[in-house]
Write a protein that binds this ligand. Structure first.
Ligand SMILES: [Zn+2]
Length: 104
């Protein structure tokens, strides 16, 4: 009989912020660190505010003209976010590769 307790192996997950693999310490953990959880949620909160303003500017009639705005600014904003997210993913990947090369 083994003298050590069986260890539970938790499958590695990808951090929602950096995309790096990590071993979750608890069920449902989505981020590799508290810092990455904060970065992600701060960005989502800020973007939510910006999306609200853009959506209201699109759908609320202008007080003077009575006309509604255009969805283009909202659409452009989402396109910018996607480009930012893609660039961030490339930056995190480059940082991981640099750390691997440095570690040998
Ligand atoms: Zn991370």
């Amino acid at each position: 009989m083994p003298d050590t307790a069986p260890t539970l192996t938790v499958p590695a997950r990808r951090c929602r912020e950096c995309g790096g693999l990590f071993a979750p310490a608890q069920q449902g953990q989505e981020f590799c660190s508290v810092g990455h959880r904060h970065l992600y949620h701060n960005r989502v909160t800020k973007r939510g505010r910006q999306a609200y303003e853009a959506a209201m500017a699109w759908r609320m009639p202008d007080a003077a003209s009575g006309k509604r705005g255009s969805p283009t600014p909202l659409s452009n904003m989402v396109d910018r976010w996607i480009a930012e997210d893609n660039q961030r993913a490339r930056d995190y990947e480059a940082a991981r590769s640099a750390r691997k090369r440095k570690a040998g």
